[in-house]
Design a protein around this ligand. Structure first.
Ligand SMILES: [Zn+2]
Length: 48
């Protein structure tokens, strides 16, 4: 699964929650699971 740092936005793939963010060294509770929805931006279509 993919974890996202809520402080710097760094993403890391790991089976379990990382102890630290490798980018900003935020503690593990700043790492949250990334939503794996395939939803994409729908605002890009400029239908008239
Ligand atoms: Zn970070």
């Amino acid at each position: 699964m993919i974890w996202v740092c809520t402080r710097c936005g760094y993403e890391v793939e790991s089976d379990k929650r990382p102890d630290l963010c490798a980018m900003c060294y935020a503690a593990m509770h700043h790492m949250v699971p990334k939503k794996e929805k395939t939803e994409q931006k729908q605002d890009e279509k400029g239908e008239e």
